[in-house]
Design a protein around this ligand. Structure first.
Ligand code: PEP
Length: 253
């Protein structure tokens, strides 16, 4: 069964109040593809302003702490993101795994806390170039998924509808290199298998996004691969000119 497509921009450490008109342009042009769920994950500092300026569009954070509050200088919790008007959060992005040394266990806790709080979650996983070249990509990413998947109340019926996976080969992020359709298809099928093993039928409802140098020129081919339910987009999400054609490709326009 085809799932509703989901196209999410990850603005990373980009975005000031002067970018609100660009965000509004992305939101209004994305509304022209009503069959697609579009969202932007912004710096935490910009979420409240974006929500107030562009009501009705989905905004998210790019990370979230595993606890609701406490002595964690510089961190942002799920209740804080919800309070700012966010409806989702990315967890486990490879830049956080490498720069902040985040482990699968921490990523799983972040996903569970966020889903329990009512946020949607996009859980990122992906292999390094060394792992891909050693022929270990599928086994490695499946193991990463198994270790990061939310359990217990964080995976209760109903909660999983807000949960998505983003397969992002690390070597494809921000490099202009894209995994081949065959490799994407093989990986997404292998991840679907693990989701069903973990959650039964509900695992078929979890959307699996591809991320890594998606742009207007390659999006349609990527979306034609079975089990690709959307995209997580970095560089090409910063302007309406680059992002909206990806949303339109997801809609099959
Ligand atoms: C990302 O950072 O999640 C990403 C996919 O970036 P880019 O599209 O720039 O490769």
């Amino acid at each position: 069964m085809a799932l509703r497509r989901y196209v999410v921009g990850n603005w990373k450490m980009h975005g000031l109040s002067s970018d609100i008109p660009e965000i509004a342009a992305i939101a209004s042009a994305s509304a022209g593809s009503p069959g697609v769920d579009a969202a932007l994950c912004l710096p935490a500092t910009l979420i409240d302003r974006a929500v107030k300026s562009v009501p009705g569009f989905s905004f998210g954070g790019q990370d979230v702490h595993r606890e609701d509050k406490g002595a964690h200088t510089g961190c942002v919790s799920a209740p804080m993101l919800l309070d700012a008007g966010a409806s989702l959060a990315i967890v486990g992005h490879s830049e956080r795994r490498s720069e902040q040394c985040e482990t699968d266990e921490q990523v799983r806790a972040k996903a569970e806390t966020s889903l329990k709080a009512g946020l949607g979650v996009i859980l990122c996983i992906g292999e390094s170039l060394e792992v891909r070249e050693a022929g270990q990509a599928v086994a490695t990413v499946q193991a990463q998924l198994d270790a990061s998947l939310p359990q217990g109340d964080g995976a209760a019926a109903g909660v999983l509808a807000k949960f998505a996976i983003a397969y992002e080969p690390i070597w494809a992020i921000g490099t202009g290199k894209v995994a081949s359709p065959a490799d994407i298809g093989e990986m997404h099928a292998a991840l679907r298998e693990r989701l069903v093993a973990a959650y039964g039928d509900a695992g078929n409802e979890v959307r699996i996004l591809y991320g890594g140098s998606v742009n207007a020129g390659n999006a349609a081919e990527i979306f034609s691969v079975p089990d690709v339910d959307g995209a997580l987009v970095g560089g090409a999400s910063l302007t309406a000119e680059k992002f909206v054609p990806i949303v339109e490709a997801a809609a099959g326009q």
